[in-house]
Design a protein around this ligand. Structure first.
Ligand SMILES: [Fe+2]
Ligand SMILES: [Fe+2]
Length: 388
């Protein structure tokens, strides 16, 4: 986001917040509320002048806009608090938004959830709940929408999957990326999840595909989509997160095969070459027309780690994109649960314990909690280890 659009976003959120605070105090009919609501409505029109939608996620004490945490000064904390007291985790506003829709958004925000748990979306304003409910322990639980029905192979978007495999082969052989089919494959996964809500069941059905980097990329895509959907992310942003995940390791196609398939430990020199795959992948994606910018960012950042102890090294004030942090979690999980030449796949409770120990250090704490809650619901009850 450039300075000018950051300024417009700041203005819009400031007026929206003031309108809701005043509406809570004086009611919706008050002239001050009407005035501030109008300012908020013209503010969002400015924000949406050259884009299709505006999307915002509240994650603990961070406000994430366009996938990047934004520091909007004093209003950040107050805005997050207001969203949380209404059970809202995610807001997406589309370009056609009208003043009456902004008015009802102000009304919803000002209600502070005293009388109802309902959050009402409208045609151009989509409100997503980060479905957190207290389960009586110190931890929290995020609802997924599993219907309990077992997955069948018939449910999978197989045609797209085959296309993706072909894309991968093509890139490997000729090093030229064709994007067709990739977005469709991601939408196919999203449709399946909306009916099933159980990403691991989709992954189980993929086990017969044995090409490692292909299977791994597909799994990371599925896991990223599951994380993002549990946070209430939808629309283009969700699709871009999926496509970015599919392409996160594309830089490995520039690493010599003998290093990629080496069974033992890599030597220091080999590891150095391996560590170049994020930079090479990002450069390659930036040079390829039609690739979402997020894919290049994600490829570059997916090994950085939350505490920046990973690679590549970046300046101290670097802000890692939310998608890259999700990818790191999905990537780590998939590496441990997959059988490799040198070790058996780990059991889910063991992986959950390891990841729990990394929360707030190598892994983003809130995203890891979100992820473990998704995984937790898929484990047998006797195996479940609720994150505290
Ligand atoms: Fe990687
Ligand atoms: Fe990876």
């Amino acid at each position: 986001m450039n300075n000018q659009s950051q300024q417009s976003v700041h203005e819009f959120l400031r007026h929206l917040l003031s309108a809701a605070v005043n509406a809570a105090l004086y009611g919706m009919g008050h002239p001050q509320v009407t005035h501030l609501t109008r300012l908020a409505a013209s503010g969002i029109r400015n924000v949406l002048e050259d884009r299709q939608d505006f999307s915002l996620i509240a994650l603990e004490d961070e406000l994430i806009i366009d996938g990047t945490p934004q520091d909007l000064g004093l209003i950040t904390g107050r805005f997050i608090q207001m969203l949380k007291s209404n059970g809202i985790g995610h807001i997406r506003i589309l370009a056609g938004v009208t003043q009456p829709e902004i008015e009802s958004l102000v009304a919803s925000l000002s209600r502070q959830n005293k009388s109802t748990n309902e959050i009402a979306s409208s045609e151009n304003i989509r409100l997503g709940r980060v479905d957190i409910e207290s389960d009586g322990r110190e931890g929290q639980k995020i609802n997924t929408t599993s219907t309990g029905r077992r997955f069948t192979l018939h449910d999978l978007p197989f045609r797209e999957l085959e296309e993706f495999k072909e894309i991968y082969e093509t890139v490997r052989q000729r090093k030229k990326l064709q994007l067709s089919g990739m977005a469709e494959m991601v939408s196919g996964f999203i449709n399946v999840f909306q009916n099933e809500g159980s990403p691991l069941l989709v992954m189980a059905a993929l086990r017969d595909v044995d090409e490692y980097t292909f299977t791994h990329s597909t799994n990371v895509c599925i896991l990223n989509l599951a994380q993002a959907m549990a946070l209430g992310i939808e629309g283009q942003q969700l699709n871009d997160i999926g496509v970015a995940a599919l392409l996160h390791d594309i830089g490995k196609l520039f690493v010599p095969e003998e290093i990629l398939i080496k069974q033992g430990k890599l030597s220091a020199a080999e590891f150095e070459i391996m560590q170049l795959h994020p930079v090479k992948g990002a450069r390659y994606l930036l040079e390829t027309p039609g690739v979402p910018r997020l894919a290049a960012i994600n490829a570059f950042e997916h090994h950085m780690k939350f505490d920046f102890s990973g690679y590549p090294a970046v300046p101290a004030d670097w802000q890692q994109n939310l998608c890259s942090q999700m990818t790191q979690i999905s990537d780590f999980f998939d590496a441990l649960r997959t059988r490799r030449p040198y070790r058996e796949p780990m059991e889910l409770p063991v992986i959950a314990d390891i990841m729990y120990g990394m929360m707030g250090k190598e892994l983003h704490p809130v995203l890891t909690r979100n992820f473990l809650l998704i995984i937790n619901q898929l484990m047998e009850p006797q195996q479940a280890t609720p994150p505290a």
